[in-house]
Design a protein around this ligand. Sequence first.
Ligand code: ZN
Ligand code: ZN
Length: 281
Amino acid sequence: MKVKFWGTRGSIPVPGKDTTTYGGNTTCLEITLESGRKFIIDAGTGIRPLGQHLLAEGGKIDVHLLITHIHWDHVQGFPFFDPVYDPETKIRIDGFPTCMKGLRVPFDNKMGDGFFPLKFDDLKAEMSYLDTLNHGPLKVDDVVIDSIPLQHPQGGFGFRFREGKKTLVFITDNELTEEAWAGRHTEDYAEFCKEADLLIHDAQYTPEELEKRKGWGHSDYVSTLDLALKAQVKKLVLFHHDPTRKDPEVASLKAHCEELAGKSNPDILIGAAKENSELTV
Ligand SMILES: [Zn+2]
Ligand SMILES: [Zn+2]
């Protein structure tokens, strides 16, 4: 499997000179299976350049789109995903049960038109809702995808991809806390991530920042590292960077994680998600 980061930022896009390394677009990942089949996770603003990239590659676009949850930063790019205006495009949608509503709302909502020039029904792509992950694993080619509920306001799903002996876990917008009401406890997440080759997890805050933001549904990077160590993952990638975090600050959180990890597991690899970077699992 390959994973490419098209959007790494949390909450709101932050283009500009302070985010050129780690990126300013909101959540969007492209996962390419061994078979060549492509999955997109989330439709934050990173899905706009991904759409242009897919069209430039040529050929018919046939992708799965998994939505973790429908907070604005995870769906706001969808109207600008150019393949949706191409009748040749096929999009198989799955993920959190409200995902279709979340993709539709930027076009049409109860307050009427006026938020976007087109209606959802004007889109030309063939879109289908699989409705699988809410009931069990999704099996595509030789890959099994499972979901886990997130500890996040209004809920959400994290996803695990298993292909042969390789495991990739993507969990964003998740608050690691023992007071979990919507999601799971840390030990459940550790079980879900157990010995994963790659864990990409929300690390929006520092422990100090989290003090004033409990219940907002995000983790501090120390708790995220603890989860990765507990689960004995091979590589941890910090994700959903806070919009206020400048490039050197993201780099220093990563460096601090490496320093902390060195005391208990010097073999674990630590990264911070960088827009346009690609990892092979
Ligand atoms: Zn988010
Ligand atoms: Zn969210």
